[in-house]
Ligand binder design. Structure first.
Ligand code: ATP
Ligand code: MG
Length: 362
């Protein structure tokens, strides 16, 4: 069967669709956790922040602890999507691994690995690129947003095509679950489309090569930073997981609010204030409306004091664990070496299957 490039994405795009499919997925995971594999990752562009934690990291640890096989990618090649040089890469990669371990990812159960150490994964990029059109790549809203914020004067081919590289990240290990933040939904759709087109072109209906992966969103799929825009490592608006209590207090004190004194939770009309309310609610395990009502007319200063204490209390154990782990860089390197070896074996098996399906196994 031939597939044309215009057999486009499924209709059910966006957060609502992802949430509905995610709820169904959660039910299946609870019944048979051992039959699922999840993959997700982060760029080693700086320390992980609260957006990562509540957007995806907490979900990763939860899935791991339920018995789902977890693959966690340190996306080192993708550092170069929006900058010319990958600065202090070894240090940043190790810092990321420290954040993972401190948050509760267990290298005995989770495979933590880097792009650059798994050549067979990267080779999947070539056949996958043949399955998407330039026009489709140009329409990706997350890539458009990242290009707008990029420090580079020209858009590189890597920036333009990185969602296809991410499809290789997900499909090389045939992950069915991808716990991510909202900005990743367009990329997940690219991965689903590529899986479908590859299967149609090279597989047989009874024996598809790739499963179609599903995004798993958290309760906070788009946490805002101190300036009211998406909290992001690259935008200087983030509270790092590993920040000190004083740094946290300073950052939250400087967070943008609005002119209305009475605190309410209204993410559409009052994104900045609501984001602070949500942060406190997530840390305290409470409902954001209740948290806002508790502050009421006491205003933004009281809200910021509450948020600061809530963050510092919630993350104190993680921060202490991280400081302890940071003393043993040798352990971090061993975690990566073992993870890279495991990921490379999985990638080699998938690449052999892909080459067989394509008829290029000599
Ligand atoms: P950079 O600015 O370097 O791109 P980032 O902060 O956007 O960094 P990524 O490494 O691109 O972080 O994203 C890693 C994962 O964390 C993705 O699944 C992404 O959806 C999620 N994530 C990042 N920022 C947030 C946020 N503010 N809220 C919820 N999830 C987030
Ligand atoms: Mg990003």
């Amino acid at each position: 069967m031939t597939t044309t490039l215009d057999s486009g994405p499924s209709d059910d795009l966006g957060v609502a669709g992802a949430r509905r499919r995610g709820a169904e997925l959660e039910r299946s995971i609870r019944e048979r956790p051992g039959t699922f594999r999840a993959l997700t990752g982060d760029r080693p562009t700086g320390r992980l922040h609260l957006g990562h934690y509540f957007g995806t990291l907490q979900n990763r640890v939860r899935l791991q602890n339920m018995g789902v096989e977890m693959m966690v990618l340190v996306a080192d090649y993708q550092v170069l999507t929006d900058r010319d040089v990958a600065d202090r890469l070894t240090e940043r990669v190790e810092d990321l691994v420290l954040d993972y371990l401190a948050a509760g990812l267990d290298p005995g159960r989770a495979t933590i690995f880097t792009h650059s150490a798994v050549p067979a994964l990267n080779q999947l990029l070539l056949p996958f690129l043949s399955l998407v059109s330039v026009a489709e790549l140009g329409r990706n809203p997350t890539v458009k947003d990242e290009i707008a914020h990029s420090r580079q004067s020209a858009v590189s081919g890597l920036m333009f095509t990185y969602p296809v590289h991410q499809a290789a990240d997900i499909l090389f290990c045939k992950a069915g679950i991808v716990p991510v933040g909202q900005d990743q939904l367009p990329h997940l759709e690219v991965a689903r489309v590529i899986a479908r087109r590859f299967n149609n072109r090279y597989g047989t209906p009874s024996n598809p090569v790739f499963p179609e992966p599903e995004a798993l969103l958290s309760a906070a799929p788009l946490l805002l930073g101190t300036d009211g825009a998406k909290m992001s490592k690259s935008r200087g608006n983030a509270v790092a997981l590993a920040a000190t209590a004083d740094e946290t207090a300073r950052l939250i004190r400087g967070a943008k609010t609005d002119a209305e004194r009475h605190i309410t939770y209204d993410p559409i009309a009052r994104p900045e204030v609501s984001s602070l309310v949500l942060l406190a609610a997530l840390c305290l395990g409470r409902d954001p409306h209740e948290v806002a009502a508790g502050i009421g007319g006491r205003g933004a200063a009281a809200l910021k004091a509450l948020v600061t204490d809530a963050i510092n209390d919630h993350f104190a154990p993680l921060r202490a664990r991280r400081a302890e782990l940071a003393g043993d860089r040798g352990h971090v390197r061993r975690v990566l070496r073992d993870g890279n070896a495991r990921a490379a074996a999985v990638a080699a098996a998938t690449l052999a299957e892909v080459r067989t399906a394509m008829g290029v196994l000599y």
